[in-house]
Design a binder for this molecule. Sequence first.
Ligand code: GLP
Length: 245
Amino acid sequence: MDIIHTPSYEALSQEAASYIAKQVRTNPDIVLGLATGSTPTGMYKHLLEDHIIHKTSYENVTTFNLDEYIGLKKTDPNSYYTFMRKHLFQHINIKKDKIYIPDGLAGNLATECENYEENLKKNGPVDIQVLGLGENGHIGFNEPGTSFHSRTHIVELTESTRTANARFFPGFDDVPTHAITMGIASIMSAKEIILLVAGKNKAKAFEQLLYGEVSESFPASVLKKHPCVKIIADTSVLEESSIIA
Ligand code: GLP
């Protein structure tokens, strides 16, 4: 794993965006795996700036999002569909039919998971997968204990994940209990993975990722088995932990 330490969240966001924008310009029909949450929002802001300044085109880009809550309408302010629209898609020239996000309101959720995997196979592999890190080591919505062989599936969210994400909702009880997520094996199929780690609340998870063993009880640890992982971490993570940059 290649680790880049940045002096601030702003620098982390700039670093990630510059790298991705450069890859999009080099490979205009790139397949990007995208993440939601607070961590990548700065990166998306910089991608929009780059789109305006350098005219990076997304016309032939395909995107796959990691996950979506079950039970929220696409138009719900907290759906990941809305998140992606607001932070990226409505501002760039990406084609609607090249955007893939699991449908958390599909009539048959099991079929939706199968179809998502099919689409990944048909249009993939993902060239660059962006990931955030859950406080409990989850990636996508793959909670501790998820099989490293898992493909797109339905998950019951842990109380800790629902608590961590409650800040976006009116209250804890409004946070959906289930989600669809790409599985660990689906994520690992990407050619390259960029993990963004920001904020003091991620310090423990970051330490465990670096020094802990590879185990299904800590999903992000699987990344140690991937041949091409870049971790971009801001210093607030380091300040809180015993890691020396
Ligand atoms: C959510 C998302 C993950 C994300 C994680 C961390 O649970 N499903 O994809 O990486 O939270 O989010 P944040 O960046 O807000 O800390």
